[in-house]
Design a protein. Structure first.
Length: 444
């Protein structure tokens, strides 16, 4: 299963000033799999430690942080000599061994030639709340499979080879467009969590059975996430985090038009309305990689951050497949495109995922625009200006707000994402992107 992060891992491996690497991402997005598959191809030997499965290994780091001794002791425990000049060491679920996390600083300082990678669940939460040696590690971020990664994993026709590089003059043949649209509907159900993708890949000859099994797997994963709240956030925090997490799909479903409305704290829990109450759960979910935040700017000027309020934003699930599962939305309804207003926020959730994955390592904030009675789903900087990105779920693409944005700000480019084929209107400076190419909206 190809993952784009493999390219980032290879860049890290060949860097002349390499530091220990920490991969952050939600549980079960494929961090361990990607590290092992890449490591086996890039290094003579890979040494793997999982601190959750073998907690006794943490005692090797608890004694002291002499990394030369640690390497010797790890070699004894693994029953394998470790070549610090050529081998790779993977420290998985490192959040279960805080001393090992601290020890990365000393691998950087005392054994800079040794390739050490760490990964774990909720590292985004742990590293945001505890002291960590700044400048001693390199971070990479990992998300569920993007749509491109999905089609590379499941499509026997190798359709991805027909996709052009992002460009205003690019074209996609009609037969390829139709096939990609069918794959996108499947992705809306399966999503990008690797286990769900693997199950679909194995059972896809019986589509009904495959999607039913995918839904069962997604339900288990949602329960695992909620178990993490209780395990890692404390009882009171866990209640608030769970309430906010469950409120994301319910608030998305509560919309009455094509565009997702800002997240409402008053709808999360009765009697708890203030931002101060929900700020910590919000950051917990974002740092854990379970929610995607889109800040709402009230002016299309740079810097966009200056025109955002901390309590005004949209909130999406980290995976469109989990969104459908959380809403108990029938897979067949999605496949037949017979799920009413849900199509609008599903499309918007999908675009948010694709934009985030397109710049996974840069961690650029996602923005929307709302001014007076007009709003556009996304807005982003380009060539020193702000360009609008309108999202429509189907072929009907009338957008009064986009017209107002263009009239008011005269952007150098406007993007409209919908079910329509790829086309650039040079006279209008308007790019029509099919939904399956939503990542282009962040790459152009």
């Amino acid at each position: 299963m190809y993952r784009k992060i493999q390219e980032d891992l290879e860049s890290w491996r060949s860097s002349p000033n390499r530091k220990p690497l920490v991969i952050k991402g939600a549980r079960q997005v494929g961090k361990t799999y990607a590290l092992k598959m890449w490591g086996q191809a890039a290094f003579p030997r890979v040494h793997y430690v999982n601190f959750e499965k073998t907690p006794q290994v943490a005692t090797i780091f608890a004694q002291d942080l002499d990394v030369h001794r640690i390497v010797r002791d790890l070699g004894f425990w693994l029953k394998s000599s470790i070549d610090i000049n050529h081998d790779l060491l993977i420290l998985d679920e490192i959040q279960a061994a805080p001393k090992a996390l601290t020890g990365l600083k000393y691998f950087c300082e005392d054994l800079p030639q040794f390739a050490v990678c760490a990964a774990g669940s909720l590292l985004g939460v742990i590293l945001s709340e505890e002291s960590f040696p700044v400048g001693k590690v390199t971070f990479l971020h990992m998300y569920p499979l993007s749509f491109l990664e999905f089609i590379m994993a499941v499509d026997d026709r190798e359709t991805h080879k027909w996709l052009p590089q992002p460009a205003l003059t690019a074209k996609v043949p009609d037969i390829v467009h139709d096939h990609l649209w069918q794959l996108l509907k499947i992705y809306y159900v399966v999503g990008g969590m690797p286990e769900s993708v693997s199950i679909y890949q194995q059972l896809r000859t019986d589509l009904f059975a495959a999607l039913a099994q995918v839904r069962a797997t997604q339900q288990d994963l949602l329960q695992t996430y909620e178990n993490d709240f209780a395990k890692h956030a404390g009882k009171l925090n866990a209640i608030h985090i769970q309430a906010m997490y469950r409120s994301i799909p319910s608030q998305l479903a509560a919309g009455h038009d094509d565009s997702v409305q800002r997240f409402k704290f008053g709808d999360v829990m009765p009697g708890k309305r203030g931002f101060a109450t929900w700020e910590r759960p919000l950051h917990w979910l974002i740092n854990a990689g379970l929610a995607l935040q889109v800040k709402i700017a009230n002016s299309a000027q740079l810097p966009l951050e200056h025109y955002c309020k901390s309590n005004s934003f949209k909130l999406f699930m980290n995976d469109v497949g989990l969104l459908g599962c959380a809403q108990h939305l029938d897979a067949q309804a999605i496949m037949s495109q017979d799920y009413g207003l849900a199509k609008g926020y599903f499309a918007e959730n999908f675009v948010a995922q694709e934009m985030r994955a397109a710049h996974a390592q840069r961690q650029w904030p996602l923005y929307a625009w709302s001014e007076r009675s007009a709003e556009v789903e996304f807005a982003r900087p380009l060539l020193g200006r702000v360009i609008p990105v309108e999202v429509k779920a189907g072929h009907r693409t009338q957008a009064k707000s986009l017209v107002q944005f263009r009239k008011q700000y005269d952007p150098p480019l406007s993007i409209k994402i919908s079910a329509r084929p790829l086309h650039y209107d040079s006279a209008e400076r308007l790019l029509h992107l099919p939904l399956y190419l939503a990542a282009w909206s962040a790459l152009l």
